[in-house]
Design a protein around this ligand. Structure first.
Ligand code: ZN
Length: 237
């Protein structure tokens, strides 16, 4: 099982709007990523996500993304579970670029989808490119459509599948995640308890309970690791 975070997309130049510089039009970006912000000012939150969605269009998947989808292609989606905290859709685009179909569990949602603000789980989700049409509404109930992003205070997606993968994986690899946001921060402990070898790729190690950490960018470390694995060699770390 491979969990990826912002560090996977860093080399692609995806702006994250997190950390000390995480301001957008005079608002702290994290304060826009809440259901309360959405219901208080939909135009503002929509414009914030339009900016992010348009920013992602201008960047491309990097060798780290390509390596992960190649590994899943080589070993099969039943053996390689790809989980990402990223909402940029770059793993899916890496697959499309290579003529492949990746199965990616996007636990924090995706910029490329809209969902019903009233019932995101049962009403249809809609693909979106570029800026969102503010007049588009749910085809089921007529409510406004919102970004299909997991906001603060909301439950991450695919937790059942992720829990199953963690309980039976032989290797848990964490790529470019800070390890501070739960529930993902607890994945390494769950995987260790289940007997997995736990590896981390991160220029700034998270401090989690990994057996080994490689201090390197994902775009450099992943292609080498995946090449070794697919040739049948265990990495020397
Ligand atoms: Zn609806």
């Amino acid at each position: 099982m491979i969990l990826s975070g912002a560090g996977l997309s860093a080399a692609s130049g995806v702006p994250t709007f997190r950390g000390p510089g995480g301001w957008w039009r005079g608002h702290r970006a994290t304060e826009l990523a809440t259901p309360e912000a959405w219901f208080a000012d939909r135009d503002l939150v929509r414009a914030f996500y339009d900016t992010r969605r348009l920013g992602v269009v201008e960047v491309a998947p990097n060798p780290g993304h390509h390596a992960l989808v190649a590994l899943q292609e080589a070993w099969g989606a039943d053996r390689v579970t790809l989980v990402t905290q990223n909402v940029d859709g770059l793993l899916g685009r890496a697959a499309v670029d290579a003529g492949l179909r990746a199965e990616v569990l996007e636990m924090h949602g995706a910029l490329g989808r809209l969902c019903c603000e009233r019932d995101r789980h049962r009403h249809p989700v809609v693909a979106v490119q570029g800026a969102q049409d503010p007049t588009a509404t749910c085809t089921r109930c007529g409510a406004p459509l919102r970004p299909d992003i997991v906001w603060f205070g909301e439950v991450p997606m695919h937790l059942d599948e992720i829990g199953q993968a963690l309980s039976r994986c032989a290797v848990f690899l964490s790529v470019g995640t800070s390890g501070v946001v739960y529930p993902a921060a607890g994945f390494v402990d769950l995987a260790r308890r289940a007997g997995a070898r736990c590896l981390e790729i991160n220029p700034e190690p998270s401090g989690g309970a990994f057996h080994a950490t490689r201090r390197e960018g994902a775009e450099r470390a992943l292609p080498a690791l995946v090449a070794a694995w697919t040739r049948g060699h265990a990495p020397a770390w």
